[in-house]
Design a binder for this molecule. Structure first.
Ligand code: GAP
Length: 426
């Protein structure tokens, strides 16, 4: 493991415009971050990969985009008002606070002081709707994105031709009053989840649980630089809704490891929403002449944690250069275009033409500062797979030098072949 890897990633994120502390000019706000120009490109690429894999590489999966604020009864039915709690302990000596679940023994991990008895805190984020005092409605920002999928399960069924088994997926924000936010993007108070809720017959739960566990691991392995760093963790202590749960972990993380939960939710959610709303949420199988509450397998991932672990996994130091060896499908830029010399108008004009053409199809960087070596290093650090240099020969023979991020090898390529070369790694 590289020394101080986490600090290096936080610094790279700030320096190169991936992630900034939120409201920084006012001293920031603990547990909140903003994604900068490069970060938003990478995060969008990650979400697009996930979405396409879910909806295009699997049949019977559709998406929704639900509201962040719902009727407050949703959170009573879901069990969150009663059960979404974190027991917290405080050190009597240094006053640092910890989640009781993270502590082994009864001493403070920072100063060995005595800890208080655990106190229970509900971590839903409350909010109020309405403008007239005394008439305001108390509700919550959603504590997990998946609830809006259960609320729309009947709407999706009624407006599509889907039959069980089928899935509904969603990417969206969730909010938690985490008592110990920290470790950069790992534990935030506002974060993004990418969820699949798979609705199936109760007798088929075992089969689908194993199927999704294996599918999700395959997907993660296909996007990480070092797939051997991924593993499963089996939960012994289960959430209020779960009968069985595994986490996909980034096993070598210097902070927490959990990236995604694969949960056996059974009929908990639809039964509770049926009970609290008074609506019949059962499913009728006309062919089998059977009526039942569908059971649910959930895969619930944290987009921000994936983002952080992908960066940790891709960060490489080779002599004096830093390389982000990210899968090219995830990198903010797919290529960078340089005129060899910034003060030769013919070179700049030709390079600009190439940049403009590629930019129509890919996200491309432009750099004409400093020497070529520095430009390479600057692109390596943000993961750009190809650097394209336009030189005097380019004006004669319509070829350019393409330099590969990982091997640093250079090859001469026809300008007309550039698009295909980039596409070949996406
Ligand atoms: N619907 C199920 C659910 O929300 P969870 O295990 O609480 O399950 C799913 O959350 C994923 O959301 C986690 O595996 C993690 O990646 C991400 N996540 C949870 N809390 C987070 C936080 N405070 N900051 C960033 N990501 C978080």
């Amino acid at each position: 493991m590289i020394d101080n890897l986490m600090e290096k990633i936080v610094s790279l994120c700030k320096r190169r415009g991936f992630v900034f502390p939120s409201s920084e000019i006012y001293g920031g706000l603990q547990g909140f971050y903003d994604f900068g120009p490069l970060g938003v490109e990478m995060k969008n690429n990650l979400k697009r990969l996930w979405w396409d894999w879910m909806t295009k590489e699997h049949s019977n999966i559709v998406g929704i985009d639900g509201a962040i604020i719902t009727n407050p009864k949703v959170w009573e039915a879901s069990g969150h008002v009663k059960n979404f709690v974190d027991p917290l302990v405080e050190c009597k000596k240094c006053h640092h606070r910890f989640k009781a679940d993270d502590i082994d023994g009864d001493k403070c991990p920072d100063c060995n002081g005595h800890l208080t008895e655990p106190k229970i805190f509900n971590i839903l984020v409350p909010t109020q709707l309405g403008v007239i005092e005394g008439e305001k409605m108390n509700t919550y920002l959603r504590g997990e994105a998946c609830q809006t999928i259960y609320l729309n399960y009947k709407n999706v069924l009624n407006t599509s031709r889907l039959k069980i088994p089928f899935g509904v997926c969603q990417i969206g924000k969730a909010f938690r009053n985490e008592v110990t936010p920290g470790n950069f993007l790992f534990r935030q108070r506002e974060f993004e989840q990418c969820d699949l809720q798979w609705f199936c017959h109760p007798n088929e739960m075992e089969k689908w649980f194993e199927y999704w566990k294996s599918e999700r691991m395959k997907w993660f392995k296909s996007i990480f630089t070092h797939p051997e760093n991924l593993s499963f963790y089996k939960h012994e202590k289960l959430a209020h809704y779960a009968k069985k749960a595994f986490d996909v972990e980034y096993a070598v993380s210097p902070v927490g490891k959990e990236m995604e939960g694969i949960h056996w939710r059974g009929d908990w959610d639809l039964s509770r929403h049926s009970e609290f709303s008074g609506q019949d949420l059962s499913y009728t199988d006309l062919e089998a002449g059977e009526k039942f509450i569908p059971n649910i397998v959930e895969t619930s991932g944290g987009v921000d944690r994936m983002f952080l672990f992908l960066l940790l996994d891709a960060y490489t130091e080779e002599e004096d250069r830093i390389i982000l060896k990210l899968d090219p499908r995830l990198t903010p830029y797919k290529a960078a275009v340089f005129p060899l010399l910034a003060n030769k108008p013919k070179l700049v004009e030709r390079a600009k033409e190439i940049y403009d053409n590629l930019q129509k199809y890919f996200s491309v960087a432009w750099d004409d500062r400093g020497n070529i070596g520095k430009r390479y290093y600057s692109q390596d650090e943000i993961g750009t797979p190809f650097c394209i240099t336009v030189d005097f020969d380019s004006l004669e023979d319509n070829t350019v030098t393409v330099r590969d991020r990982d091997t640093a090898k250079q090859e001469r390529i026809k300008i007309s072949d550039l698009s295909d070369r980039i596409k070949s790694v996406l």
